[in-house]
Write a protein that binds this ligand. Structure first.
Ligand SMILES: *[C@@H]1O[C@H](CO)[C@@H](O)[C@H](O)[C@H]1NC(C)=O
Ligand SMILES: *[C@@H]1O[C@H](CO)[C@@H](O)[C@H](O)[C@H]1NC(C)=O
Ligand SMILES: *[C@@H]1O[C@H](CO)[C@@H](O)[C@H](O)[C@H]1NC(C)=O
Length: 231
């Protein structure tokens, strides 16, 4: 009986370790890879533009924060993003809601020269979000390579830290240093969600990993139970 208990315990420990080790490793890897998915998305956009001999765009945190508010206006409704029921927040929201929520001076709002918006139930990495969700046809390529843009801002959010995931990119022709500026000079970090340009290690990765961690933990407990049950 004592031996059986020891075997059970070591099996439990082994099972736990087997499942926890990869979980820990993947959480570490993920934080390194996605320290801010919105910044990675801007990097993918700029890499693609420069490869196409278009200019690299300034990553404006004020514009990016507004992109995050733009997503929030959809209140998690993926169906309102594309297709026949597509909706768009009214233009007036920029000055009345989005800018104040970000601490962006309303007087510094610049023209929006392009927009990409996508929503998926599954989380994908930023380069895939760029090539598979946001760039869909020639029209998106025309927007991407437009010479009218001088700056860009990107945001990504999962509703309550989970699915569906929204991706938003706003382009502007405003002067990088004097448009979408913050009232007090620093980015007001607005959570949940991630936006680009603010040198912010976004909690997005933390929002997603615990779900995986919990699932793996639950699995290891189940496996341990499976071993213990026949006794
Ligand atoms: C730029 O993005 C488009 C759309 O995803 C893709 O077809 C093209 O190959 C990319 N160009 C480069 C140089 O990566
Ligand atoms: C660039 O701006 C001009 C003038 O506002 C406009 O006519 C044109 O459609 C814009 N180009 C793109 C690709 O958006
Ligand atoms: C404008 O912004 C760039 C990039 O942040 C910075 O290097 C430059 O010094 C700024 N110029 C002015 C005039 O503030």
């Amino acid at each position: 009986m004592a031996n059986t208990t020891i075997i059970t315990i070591s099996c439990y420990l082994l099972a736990t370790l087997l499942f926890l080790l990869p979980a820990t490793a993947s959480i570490h890897a993920q934080i390194k890879v996605t320290n801010n998915p919105a910044d990675k998305l801007v990097a993918a956009i700029n890499d693609n533009r420069t490869a196409h001999k278009s200019s690299s765009l300034y990553d404006n945190p004020g514009l990016a924060c507004i992109a995050l508010q733009y997503i929030k206006a959809y209140q998690g409704d993926c169906g309102a993003v594309g297709g026949p029921d597509a909706k768009k927040p009214p233009e007036s929201q920029f000055a009345e809601v989005f800018a104040p929520s970000c601490g962006v001076k309303v007087s510094s709002l610049g023209p929006i020269t392009g927009r990409f918006l996508g929503c998926e139930t599954k989380y994908v990495h930023p380069p895939q979000a760029f090539s598979e969700i946001l760039i869909r046809n020639q029209k998106s390529l025309d927007i991407l390579y437009s010479k009218n843009h001088t700056q860009v801002g990107a945001a990504v959010t999962g509703t309550d830290g989970g699915s569906p995931y929204f991706w938003c990119v706003l382009f502007s022709s405003g002067k990088p240093n004097s448009t979408f500026t913050f009232e007090d000079g620093v980015a007001k970090i607005s959570k949940p969600g991630c936006f680009s340009g603010a040198n912010d290690e976004c909690s997005g990765a933390y929002d997603w990993s615990p779900i995986r961690g919990t699932w793996l933990l639950a699995t290891s407990v189940l496996v341990a139970l499976g071993i213990a049950l026949p006794l």
